[in-house]
Design a protein around this ligand. Structure first.
Ligand code: RB5
Length: 153
């Protein structure tokens, strides 16, 4: 897979190891930084990775910040992106099976590298179930359209 990886200073400590792991599995990785523990604004890095997915230049993106929350919130606002923070294997699995997530955001501060690598593997190896979930994911994607008036309009 083509995978975009980005982090802020809160995720930098794990980024290189995540990239090495992905490369060892044969994935094509684009490293979008940051490249030190110097403080940066996580939306800038989440945006670059999410837009690669949105433009079809990456199949998935993996983001790492302190909690995973801010980068996921940012990425999810980019059209075509379904992003979520994940902290447990079950959530990584369900994010794929039910939500067809194409971006995950990891916590570099509160989840160990070892555990995050399992989350990465789960994210990459779990298929979307489709079926009843397909209709719901289509409804999620309506929200990308500025002309969508909302369900009660
Ligand atoms: C940076 O201090 C921190 O706010 C960021 O890494 C992330 O946790 C935001 O959600």
């Amino acid at each position: 897979m083509r995978i975009a990886v980005a982090c802020d200073h809160g995720g930098f400590v794990q980024k290189d190891a995540v990239i090495e792991h992905l490369k060892s599995l044969g994935h094509e990785v684009t490293d979008l930084g940051t490249n030190s523990e110097e403080s940066v604004d996580y939306p800038d890095y989440a945006d670059r990775a999410a837009r690669m997915v949105s433009r079809g230049e990456a199949d998935r993106a993996i983001l790492i910040c302190g909690t995973g929350i801010g980068m996921a919130i940012t990425a999810d606002k980019v059209p075509g992106v379904r992003a979520t923070p994940v902290q447990t294997v079950k959530f990584a699995e369900l994010a794929r099976q039910h939500n067809n997530a194409n971006v995950i955001a990891l916590s570099g501060r509160f989840v160990s590298l070892e555990d995050n690598l399992v989350l990465v593997d789960t994210f990459l190896n779990t298929e979307f179930e489709g079926g009843r979930h397909a209709k719901r994911v289509e409804k999620i994607m309506r929200e990308d359209d500025p002309a969508f008036p909302g369900v009660d309009a």
